[in-house]
Design a protein around this ligand. Structure first.
Ligand code: PHE
Length: 340
C-alpha cells in the first residue's frame, strides 16, 4: 500500500506539472483528492491493514495529501498571476494611437445670418415676432391690400391647401397679424424672421426660402426713417463703407414703394459679374405702409404712419459668404457646411 501511495504521488506530481490552466488544476484536485479521488480509493483499503501498519500508512497518506495540496496551492497562485498578466496584456490599449475625434455640429449659415440680422435690429429697438407658415388667404393677401382677383398675386405663385388656406408667400402677413394684436397702441417696432414658400425652383430661387420682415408704426414715421434704418442695417451687416440705393417699385401694401440695393459687396460698386456690372445688388423690398393696410389693421392713417420692408435671407447669406448657388444652402452637404 505504501508502494501504491508513493507511485500515486509520483504520478500525481508529474500530472500536476503538466497543468497549464487554473481549471486543469481544479479538475486535477478532484481527480486525486476528491471524495471519489484516487487517494481516497487507496485509503479505502486501510481496513485490511494490520494495526501496526495502519498509522504508518496513515501518516504517509497525510504527507502525500499535504504535499499535493501545497503544490496545488502554489501552482494555482502562479497560474492565476499568469492568467491575469495575459488578460491585462490582451486588454491593453495603445494610448499612442490617434483618437476618434467627437464631431461637433455647427450652426447653419442661414441660422447665423438670421441671428445676425436679429441682433442688428434688436440693437435699434426692434422686437421679434413670428407667425404661422400655413396662413389664411386673408392675412397673406387681402389684409395687405391684395384682393382676390388682383394681378399682383401673379408675382407670388402660391401653394394653396384650400381656396382660403395657403403656405405663406412672404412674412408680410405677420404685419397684419401684429397690427390686429397691438392696435391701437404705438409704437409698433418688429422684425419677423421666417420661412416662406413660392412655386419657384432654380439656381437663384428655392420653393422654400427665408425672409425677415420689418414693420414700424408710430406718429410721424417718414420715408427718411426707413432709409436711415436700412442704411444702418447695411453698414452693420456688410461694412461701414456700405451705400444703399432706393429704386421706385410697386407693392400693393406700401405706398410709395421701393426696391433697395446695397453697393456690390464683391467689387465695392465698381461693377463685376455678381452685380452684372451695375455696382448694385438688390436685397429687399420696402415702402411706407399703405393707408388701407393701416386701416384694416385697426390704425388711423390720419394719426400714425409706418414703414415696412422684407428682405431675402438667402440673398443676404449668399452675398455675405460669396455663395453662388442658392441650392447649396438646402442640400446640407457637410463639405459645404463645414466652411462656416
Ligand atoms: N413682401 C414683399 C415680398 O415678399 C416684400 C415687402 C415687404 C415689400 C414689406 C414691402 C414691404 O416681395
Amino acid at each position: 500500500m505504501q508502494e501504491q501511495l508513493r507511485a500515486l504521488k509520483e504520478k500525481a506530481e508529474q500530472e500536476l506539472q503538466a497543468c497549464q490552466k487554473v481549471e486543469d488544476v481544479q479538475e486535477f484536485r478532484v481527480r486525486y483528492l476528491g471524495k471519489k479521488g484516487e487517494l481516497t480509493q487507496i485509503l479505502r483499503g486501510m481496513g485490511q491493514l494490520s494495526p501496526e501498519e495502519r498509522p504508518v500508512v496513515g501518516q504517509l497518506a497525510n504527507e502525500v495529501r499535504d504535499s499535493l495540496e501545497g503544490k496545488i496551492a502554489q501552482l494555482l497562485e502562479t497560474l492565476k498571476v499568469k492568467e491575469l498578466e495575459q488578460r491585462l496584456l490582451s486588454e491593453s490599449i495603445d494610448i499612442t494611437l490617434p483618437g476618434t475625434a467627437a464631431e461637433i455640429g455647427r450652426q447653419h449659415p442661414l441660422s447665423m445670418v438670421i441671428e445676425e440680422i436679429e441682433e442688428i435690429f434688436m440693437g435699434m429697438g426692434f422686437t421679434i415676432e413670428e407667425g404661422p407658415e400655413i396662413e389664411l388667404d386673408y392675412y397673406n393677401f387681402e389684409a395687405l391690400n391684395i384682393p382676390k382677383d388682383h394681378p399682383a398675386r401673379d408675382m407670388q405663385d402660391s401653394f394653396y391647401l384650400t381656396p382660403e388656406v395657403l403656405l405663406r408667400t412672404h412674412t408680410s402677413p405677420v404685419q397684419a397679424r401684429t397690427m390686429e394684436k397691438t392696435k391701437p397702441h404705438v409704437p409698433v417696432k418688429i422684425i419677423v424672421p421666417g420661412k416662406v414658400y413660392r412655386r419657384d425652383d432654380d439656381a437663384t430661387h428655392s420653393p422654400m426660402f427665408h425672409q425677415v420682415e420689418g414693420l414700424m408704426i408710430d406718429k410721424n414715421i417718414r420715408f427718411s426713417d426707413l432709409k436711415g434704418v436700412l442704411l444702418n442695417f447695411a453698414r452693420q451687416m456688410f461694412g461701414a463703407d456700405q451705400k444703399i440705393r432706393l429704386r421706385p417699385s410697386f407693392f400693393p401694401f406700401t405706398e410709395p414703394s421701393a426696391e433697395v440695393d446695397i453697393s456690390c459687396v464683391m467689387c465695392k460698386g465698381v461693377g463685376c459679374r455678381t452685380c452684372s456690372q451695375t455696382g448694385w445688388l438688390e436685397i429687399l423690398g420696402a415702402g411706407m405702409v399703405h393707408p388701407r393696410v393701416l386701416e384694416m389693421g385697426g390704425y388711423n392713417p390720419e394719426e400714425v404712419t409706418g414703414f415696412a420692408f422684407g428682405m431675402g435671407v438667402e440673398r443676404v447669406a449668399m452675398l455675405k459668404y460669396g455663395i453662388d448657388d442658392m441650392r447649396l444652402l438646402f442640400e446640407n452637404d457637410v463639405r459645404f457646411l463645414r466652411q462656416f
